[in-house]
Design a protein around this ligand. Structure first.
Ligand code: HEC
Length: 131
């Protein structure tokens, strides 16, 4: 009888371990990049941006908020879908979009800033994918 009990315990331990491990690895999949503010003031949480990228992040905020709210970009990164056209929004299409915007005469974004903005976006995409 006692051997039956110990195998029973063994099974319970296995099941519990599985559930604990499953919840540890499964939960972050449903998490999203942290944001601050709401509505048109929604921003990526600056605390999630590494210190050496904060300057570039400020460039992104100032340049990408001059025609519309940054909320549009936050939604695009978090959902992986560009909110207006409904096209997939990933590192590649973001690169195309940022270069297209920079090409507009009234955007005031130079080549150095394009690289800075894309550096931050690539970081955010990687972070989002790891969640
Ligand atoms: C010169 C004005 C201007 C600037 C600066 C600007 N945008 Fe936009 N953006 C627009 C307009 C206008 C649209 C609406 C779609 C269109 O007309 O192409 C748009 C749409 C978008 C969309 C939605 C695209 C879609 O396919 O649904 C995203 C995402 C976006 N912008 C991100 C950015 C980012 C990132 C920056 C900074 C690099 C930026 N925007 C800077 C004018 C601007």
């Amino acid at each position: 009888m006692s051997s039956w009990k110990s195998s029973d315990n063994y099974l319970i331990t296995k099941v519990v371990s599985f559930l604990v491990l499953f919840s540890l690895f499964a939960t972050p999949v449903f998490a999203e990049l942290k944001v601050v503010g709401s509505g048109s003031e929604t921003r990526f949480d600056p605390a999630e941006i590494p210190v050496n990228m904060r300057q570039s992040y400020q460039v992104l905020i100032s340049r990408c908020a001059s025609c519309h709210s940054v909320e549009r970009l936050v939604d695009a990164v978090r959902n992986g879908i560009a909110p207006i056209t409904g096209q997939p929004f990933d590192a590649e299409s973001a690169g195309v979009l940022v270069r297209k915007v920079a090409g507009k005469p009234d955007s005031n974004i130079n080549e150095v800033e394009v690289k800075e903005i894309l550096g931050v976006l690539n970081f955010l995409f990687t972070k989002q994918a790891a969640k």
